[in-house]
Design a protein around this ligand. Structure first.
Ligand code: FAD
Ligand code: FO1
Length: 456
């Protein structure tokens, strides 16, 4: 355990390098917050040890996996808060623009960075960025998993088959890792460098894809995240088991945008849930989703880098899809027809309108939404590409391991079992509107969406 209370099991050295004369840097990317951030805590530990100043660097790319104004707005407003929160801690903040894999290495070299801490992220693009840093920079590079409660590489050394295989591995390590956070100290070696301003308007005017408006349903940033968390825990956690699968009720936490952008720590959320007065059953139900399901998604993307393709499907599903490739589809829609919510299914259209308008679709409906795309496209490959495109374009929490695994579950049976075979779906679990009608008031949901989005 370091003075900063960072367990060495959370950290791994990616490359030993030469000690620069400049600051210690935390290259912030996935975990965009000051509080409860193991990567930032470890960077401070290094800076205290080396008696160096400590700075955070974030590199804003103009194009990230189809992100648009909706996502950059949420991210940039959160970053403005990060810069503001770092100031009284005497921790510097540098905002770069461009291709992070190149710009960060160049910047850290120019700054004579003594060593750099990065945050863990299983997505391919992050591996690329980090490899560019390792190729081009000479300082030591560390990686800290600040997103998962148990560092992804500690939970398991392979792709897990399903929730039931990863759950015991998580349960056996939770006590060691679901610990409280130490706090950052005001840094005793103040940074001489300037603090980058986050000019939100200027930045957002430069976003290439302005086609999707910001969502007004979520207040971006750490303070907004904390507010949303405490509201959920105090007022809606107790009802979670009964209400979370009904899209007509506000039964889910609504926290995925904050967790996705790392403006809220999942570990903090789990600690606060455990400490709450909510019934034990409600806590367990919620923590099963927050810890087992979410960390299973990171495990999937980390160990299966084909996570956004049909190659990631289990063999039984790939074989089943091959057997049903020629099945006649009752409907076939283009990506544009899906995007315009122009299918013959009023429930599906309401889902798409709800997603586009709010920037978030209810978890139960996401399964239905994706499974119908499988049913109404010519092949699973097209279903994957349409689902990922629409999910990442409109959902605030898109471009996330949870999304790739949720879509692969829906379309390719990842983390699920085989079901009795049927047309088009083969052995992949089937869902239809009757199943939804047994779960919730479908007509009420559709009219609610039509009312809020002003569509017929
Ligand atoms: P809550 O029910 O309050 O859950 C709290 C947290 O637990 C979530 O924020 C999430 O971090 C985690 N969680 C809950 N359910 C799951 C799950 N099934 N898998 C993984 N983690 C889970 N989640 C995203 O974060 N981004 C996505 O792009 C995304 N796309 C999805 C696409 C499909 C087709 C499916 C079936 C699921 C997808 N999910 C995605 C997972 C899940 O639906 C969302 O995490 C959840 O609905 C987010 O809303 P919430 O935070 O209010 O959920
Ligand atoms: N991470 C960055 O380091 N720089 C970016 O400019 C950036 C933009 C971005 C836009 C939308 C989005 O959903 C995520 C974005 N991320 C960016 C990455 C993000 O913080 C997460 O690391 C991954 O998306 C989830 O693993």
């Amino acid at each position: 355990m370091t003075e900063q209370g960072v367990d060495s099991m959370r950290v791994r050295l990616l490359a030993a390098g030469t000690l620069g004369t400049g600051p210690v840097y935390y290259w912030m990317s996935r975990d965009q917050r000051v509080a409860d951030n193991w990567a930032l805590l470890y960077a401070q530990h290094l800076a205290l040890e080396l008696k160096r100043d400590l700075r955070v660097v974030f590199c804003l790319t103009s194009d990230f996996l189809g992100a648009n104004l909706r996502h950059f707005g949420f991210l940039t407003r959160g970053l403005k808060e990060v810069a503001h929160t770092l100031k009284p801690l005497d921790i510097g903040f540098d905002l770069l623009f461009g291709d992070p894999g190149y710009e960060v290495a160049r910047f850290l070299t120019k700054e004579n960075c003594s060593s750099v801490v990065t945050d863990f992220d299983p997505l391919r693009i992050k591996h690329q960025w980090k490899n560019q840093l390792l190729d081009q920079a000479s300082m030591s590079v560390y990686e800290v998993d600040s997103h998962n409660i148990i560092p992804c590489w500690q939970t398991s050394n392979k792709q897990e088959y399903a929730a039931y295989t990863i759950r015991p591995k998580i349960k056996s390590k939770l006590a060691d890792f679901l610990t409280d956070f130490p706090t950052l100290v005001v840094h005793p070696f103040p940074s001489a460098g300037p603090i980058s301003n986050v000019e939100v308007k200027t930045i957002l005017n430069r976003v290439r894809d302005q086609s999707v408006a910001e969502s007004s349903f979520f207040v971006p940033g750490e303070a907004g995240a904390w507010q949303a968390m405490t509201d959920f825990i105090q007022n809606r956690l107790a009802g979670y088991p009964d209400r979370r699968n009904d899209p007509c009720l506000n039964g889910q936490s609504g926290l995925s945008p904050y967790l996705h952008f790392g403006q809220l720590s999942a570990q903090r959320l789990a600690l606060e849930v455990e400490r709450s007065q909510a019934p034990q059953g409600a806590k367990q139900d919620f923590l099963e989703e927050l810890i087992v399901r979410r960390e299973l998604a990171d495990n999937f993307c980390y160990y299966n880098q084909r996570y956004d393709t049909v190659e990631a499907f289990p063999d039984w599903a790939r074989k089943s899809h091959a057997d049903h490739r020629r099945d006649k589809r009752e409907y076939l829609y283009s990506r544009d027809q899906f995007e315009q919510a122009e299918t013959a299914d009023r429930l599906w259209n309401a889902c798409q309108q709800d997603l586009a308008y709010k920037g978030k679709l209810h978890g139960y409906l996401r399964m239905y939404w994706a499974k119908k795309i499988l049913e109404w496209t010519s092949c699973p490959e097209e279903a994957m590409s349409v689902s990922i495109y629409l999910n990442d374009k409109y959902s605030l929490d898109g471009r996330d391991p949870n999304g790739y695994s949720g879509i692969a579950w829906s379309i390719g049976g990842v983390h699920d079992r085989a079901w009795p075979s049927r047309l088009v779906f083969g052995k992949v679990r089937y869902m239809n509107q009757n199943g939804c009608r047994r779960k919730f008031d479908v007509d009420r949901y559709i009219s609610e969406v039509n009312r809020t989005t002003g569509t017929n």
